[in-house]
Design a protein around this ligand. Structure first.
Ligand code: HEM
Length: 398
């Protein structure tokens, strides 16, 4: 997508789905909170869960709700089953489509089913809108979702066909689903491997929960804004293991850079990973060290200079950057305040074809005891919320 259409869709995504204002004011935050709690509530007090699966369930249900206002249920689950087959096709060999038993063939079939399901939703919505228009004056409540926004644009004015709407909805589903859920899982993996970081994060999150009347009271925007160490953990996870290792751009004109010429028309791959792991910018670059983000000098050096770019940059920068942070933060909050866990099997990080843990991170979880005995145990780990090497802290919203 390019030009004016791209601009409109980008800003629509930002304003409707993911801007701080949309998250704060449009009751999105309590909704995310509810979805996360709902999934965690479904875990028995002591059980084994595949964390990546659970994280994906949350991000899928959230996105479907934002796109077409469907709450979790049978419809979303069957859509998700087809959608998973579709995603598998992204990383498979494109055999001819008549070989329907291959991963690629199954993905094509699933794409058709997902498309049909979404078209059905679009048609029903059109009917609802037509009925509402006839009953003008009865003050019917309009749906507040992306589909409504696309329809408000008007098919004639924007020339958006049903197919294009389906494509756009699917693109949004893909953009936020795999990325956010993988980072949720990897953050937990890194925390498990770094008990001191986990202890600090837990102290921060326990502090927030202690100000609430019970486990159910949802987090607010100001709670989210008082999680500086959690943001350091998210920053660091995105730095060492971003699921998006880089992006492509095309040179629109001849570019001269450090003695090299990139001719007009050339495609360039901008590798985030190469810069994020460059020791010139990050000391002990391959080490997971969330405390580095408490150092304002580091934050300033890499933030504004296009060095730390987990969400890309320029006119195509990820519009979901704040939404992703909010979802990951809320997830970490409920996970660490309610549960303890250990790896159920040894799992490891791989970076090809995408960044993930090989087994989807199976863990054994158990409920934390209510009255702080565990926190007391954690208290034996030195829990100093500021870095030993720096005096200042930063919420580091890079
Ligand atoms: C941790 C989670 C996420 C990461 C790491 C991530 C990262 C990225 C990156 C690197 C890009 C390419 C930017 C560029 O070309 O400069 C991108 C694009 C995009 N992301 Fe995200 N993203 C995340 C979550 C989300 C979420 C939750 C949404 C849903 C609202 C979303 C929607 C999009 C869209 C629509 C684009 C295309 C933007 C355009 O081309 O104008 N992303 N993302």
């Amino acid at each position: 997508m390019r030009g004016a259409r791209h601009k409109r869709m980008h800003s629509l995504t930002l304003t409707r789905l993911a801007s701080p204002a949309a998250i704060r004011d449009a009751a999105l935050l309590p909704h995310i909170d509810r979805l996360v709690r709902r999934t965690l509530d479904s875990w028995s007090p002591s059980s084994r869960v595949l964390l990546l699966d659970q994280a994906k369930k949350i991000t899928f249900e959230l996105t479907v709700k934002q796109l077409v206002s469907f709450d979790p249920g049978e419809w979303t689950e069957s859509l998700r089953r087809e959608y998973l087959l579709l995603i598998e096709g992204f990383f498979s060999i494109p055999f001819p489509s008549f070989l329907s038993f291959t991963t690629y063939g199954r993905a094509l079939k699933a794409r058709k089913k997902v498309e049909a399901a979404l078209k059905e939703v679009i048609r029903k919505r059109k009917q609802e809108r037509a009925t509402t228009a006839r009953r003008e004056g009865e003050d019917e409540k309009k749906k507040e979702d992306m589909l409504e926004e696309l329809m408000e644009g008007g098919e004639e004015e924007e020339g958006m066909t049903e197919e294009e709407m389906v494509d756009f909805l699917l693109a949004l589903l893909v953009a936020g689903y795999e990325t956010t859920s993988t980072i949720m899982t990897l953050a937990v993996k890194y925390l498990s491997d770094h008990p001191r970081a986990l202890a600090l994060l837990r102290v921060e999150q326990d502090g927030i929960r202690a100000r609430k009347k019970d486990e159910e009271e949802p987090l607010t925007w100001s709670d989210y804004k008082s999680m500086p160490f959690t943001q350091c953990v998210i920053n660091e996870t995105l730095r060492v293991a971003n699921i998006i290792s880089g992006v492509f751009r095309r040179a629109m004109t001849d570019i001269h850079f450090k003695g090299y010429k990139i001719p007009k028309g050339c495609k360039v791959f901008i590798s985030f990973r190469a810069v994020h792991l460059d020791p010139d910018y990050f000391e002990d670059a391959r080490m997971f060290n969330p405390w580095r983000w408490q150092n304002n000098e580091v934050v300033q050096q890499v933030g504004g200079a296009g060095i730390y770019t987990p969400f890309g940059g320029g006119s195509r920068m990820c519009p979901g950057y704040e939404l992703a942070r909010v979802v990951i933060s809320i997830f970490l909050h409920h996970l660490v305040t309610r549960f303890s866990w250990e790896e159920a099997e040894k799992d490891r990080l791989v970076f090809f074809p995408t960044t993930r843990t090989l087994k989807g991170y199976p863990i054994n979880v158990w409920r934390r005891r209510k009255e702080g005995s565990e926190s007391e145990q954690l208290g034996t780990i030195p829990v100093n919320l500021s870095s030993s090497s720096s005096s200042s802290s930063s919420s580091s919203m890079l």
